[in-house]
Ligand binder design. Structure first.
Ligand SMILES: Nc1ncnc2c1ncn2[C@@H]1O[C@H](COP(=O)(O)OP(=O)(O)O)[C@@H](O)[C@H]1O
Ligand SMILES: [Mg+2]
Length: 612
């Protein structure tokens, strides 16, 4: 179980770069061509900065300080160098901007295209994973945490890895180009300039840790906020009924404050960096200026070289800083990747065995054999549970709340697996069946049935997507939905809100029953299917249920006496053990029996109430 609990922050694999790259590679592979072109384009894009600085030298030396008489012979024609450059340079600027613009466009397009492709492929697989994880995963993880991981991490992992790589390459070549220009103009000055630049950017390395810890902490806060949102949605009636709005608001305000504190703590640490770097750089530039003046005055350097040099030095500041940031964000990318692949690596505890066989209906019986079960380690919920239910028998499960009735029935479709012992279908351990085929044999109606956003028809057809119109009509009638549907303007095609909120409890149950009828599975499990209803809705839902369970093998957990009495046998589940088993009449004979007591305490009053 513990391997299901997601850690809030850094996953265990966040720093295994090789492992993560190997994991993400299959997703990048289909877009490899374009990703590669994109990275290639980043090289000239990066180098272009250097071109600007480099071109200053001929501009100053040949145009501004040029000699109008200087002539160059081209194919026998004399060309005035100063005039020629003066004419060419404006066009050069335009051509340069155009070239840069086109490259930038292609590069952005490719970055987005490849980024989205990779991120989408990751998300599709991740969603597949989430839908196949078993209930236990959802028991132990908060919705906010799962959502945050699902919504932001794949983007960070894929989109920004390409973005960061591109920016890394562009800045790297930017640096190479600019340093090249520096060296070209004066290696001595270059040495001074680069040393100072290196000193200026060292603080970037030290704050990286801080950034990482803050980003992890904000992830936790973000997850809590999402959980808070979800609870406000799902629990809004309880919230209103108990006037919990204030509490929820307070929680939210706390979270907002935490976020603020985190953001500001980062700003406090990081905010001074830029000014300091700038200050150190200005010292560097001052030194370069002084020394440069000396070189010019002593004739060791031209004014053009110097201007070009200073420009490259100024331009160098940005990519140097960016390189630091890119390294930081690349780090963040790996953290996100670690979290994504941690989800991927979760193996559903409940899966089909490799040599699984297909389940085909039920011929003889369902059997619980020496079943022990625990949700949490060393907290046994079912203890040595033994029970055989024959084909087409109806078994009622009764007992005090928390005794383990729901747990017993949730083992049949393998929502959870037994801790020891086995559940058998016609003598075969259910773990030997293909999971899908096992679940195809079972219809489940819960106390509160979930309807998906869509129409009533959509929700019913989930029982059998190939059902014909006649079959749908038939189950609508059998589940006593027809009268209600007739009152709807759009009939079966009426849209039910998320979770079916626009229907009453009884209507929702009947839609769920129609869905189960259409599925027509041989085993039917009813877990308190009428418990949440008032008497009037209960009566009609009960009629629908009676139609559903015709000729089926039925497990029914109910509080309604007539349902229990009508069952072929009754099993009393008490503190995780099968305490009594038999017909109503048999169990009433047991002296001091649990069933007899339950009957006298609860059921009898129901009976009397109904007789009145
Ligand atoms: N998802 C779960 N995780 C941990 N414990 C659970 C879970 N569901 C039920 N339990 C515990 O198992 C015991 C049996 O619960 P349940 O089968 O729901 O009882 P019943 O349906 O008879 O009311 C209870 O003590 C309950 O707290
Ligand atoms: Mg229950």
């Amino acid at each position: 179980m513990s391997d299901y609990v997601l850690k809030n922050t850094v996953s265990k694999d966040a720093f295994k770069y090789g492992y993560l790259l190997k994991k993400i590679f299959p997703y990048i592979k289909p877009v490899l061509g374009r990703a590669f072109i994109n990275l290639l384009i980043a090289i000239p894009l990066g180098l272009l900065d250097g071109v600007v600085a480099l071109s200053l030298k001929p501009y100053l030396d040949l145009v501004i300080n040029g000699d109008p008489e200087k002539i160059y012979m081209l194919w026998g024609h004399p060309i005035h160098i100063q005039a020629a450059f003066a004419a060419i340079i404006p066009f050069g600027i335009i051509a340069f901007a155009l070239f840069q613009g086109v490259l930038k466009y292609i590069s952005n397009y490719l970055t987005d295209w490849t980024g989205w492709k990779v991120s989408n492929a990751l998300k599709v697989d991740l969603f597949k994973k989430l839908t196949h994880l078993d209930p236990q995963f959802y028991d132990v993880n908060s919705s906010g945490l799962v959502l945050t991981r699902f919504l932001s991490d794949p983007d960070t992992a894929s989109r920004s890895i390409i973005e960061s790589l591109k920016s890394f390459i562009a800045t790297f070549f930017g640096l190479v180009g600019l340093v090249g220009v520096l060296l070209y103009n004066s290696w001595r000055l270059a040495l001074i300039g680069c040393t100072i630049m290196a000193i200026a950017v060292t603080p970037v390395i030290f704050i990286r840790k801080k950034i990482k810890s803050v980003s992890n902490a904000s992830m936790v806060v973000g997850g809590n906020m999402t959980t808070n949102f979800n609870e406000t949605f799902s629990g809004n009636k309880i919230m209103a009924a108990y006037n919990l709005q204030e509490d929820q608001n307070r929680k939210f305000e706390n979270q907002i404050h935490q976020q603020f504190d985190l953001a500001m703590s980062l700003t406090k640490r990081v905010g001074w960096m830029s000014p300091i770097m700038y200050f150190v750089c200005s010292i560097g530039i001052a030194i370069v200026m002084a020394y440069g003046n000396h070189l010019i005055l002593t004739g060791q350097m031209t004014a053009g070289s110097f201007a070009s040099f200073v420009t490259s030095l100024l331009l160098l500041y940005k990519p140097t800083k960016t390189l630091g940031n890119t390294l930081t964000s690349l780090q963040g990318t790996f953290v996100a990747m670690g979290r994504v692949f941690e989800l991927f690596d979760l193996q559903p505890h409940i899966q089909s065995a490799p040599d699984a066989i297909k389940a085909h209906g039920l011929e003889q019986s369902i059997e619980f054999k020496n079943v022990y079960f625990e949700y949490e380690k060393d907290v046994p919920v079912l203890k040595n549970f033994n029970l055989t239910v024959k084909k087409n028998e109806t078994l009622a499960l009764v007992g005090n709340s928390g005794g383990g009735k729901s747990t017993v029935v949730s083992l049949i479709p393998r929502f959870y697996d037994v801790t020891s012992g086995s559940v058998r279908l016609d003598g075969i351990d259910i773990r030997r069946f293909e999971l899908d085929s096992l679940r195809d044999q079972i219809s489940f109606v819960f106390q509160d049935n979930f309807l998906f956003s869509g129409t009533i028809r959509d929700n019913i057809m989930m029982g059998n997507e190939h059902a014909t119109e006649e079959e749908v009509e038939r189950v609508v009638k059998m589940s006593h939905l027809d009268e209600f549907i007739a009152t709807l303007e759009k009939g079966l095609d009426t849209y039910v809100g998320e979770r079916g909120t626009t229907l009453s409890g009884g209507q929702r149950q009947r839609v769920a029953i129609a869905r189960a009828m259409l599925k027509d599975a041989p085993i039917v499990i009813l877990d308190e299917a009428t418990s949440a209803l008032d008497n009037k809705s209960e009566a009609i839902v009960q009629k629908a249920l009676d139609n559903l369970i015709q000729n089926k093998t039925v497990f029914v957990i109910a509080h309604r006496l007539s349902t229990i009495k009508n069952a072929d046998r009754i099993a009393v589940v008490n503190e995780g053990e099968l305490a009594e088993l038999g017909t109503h009449d048999e169990l009433m004979q047991v002296q001091d029996g649990i069933y007899k007591k339950l009957y006298e305490m609860q059921f009898k009053s129901q009976e009397e109430a109904q007789e009145v």
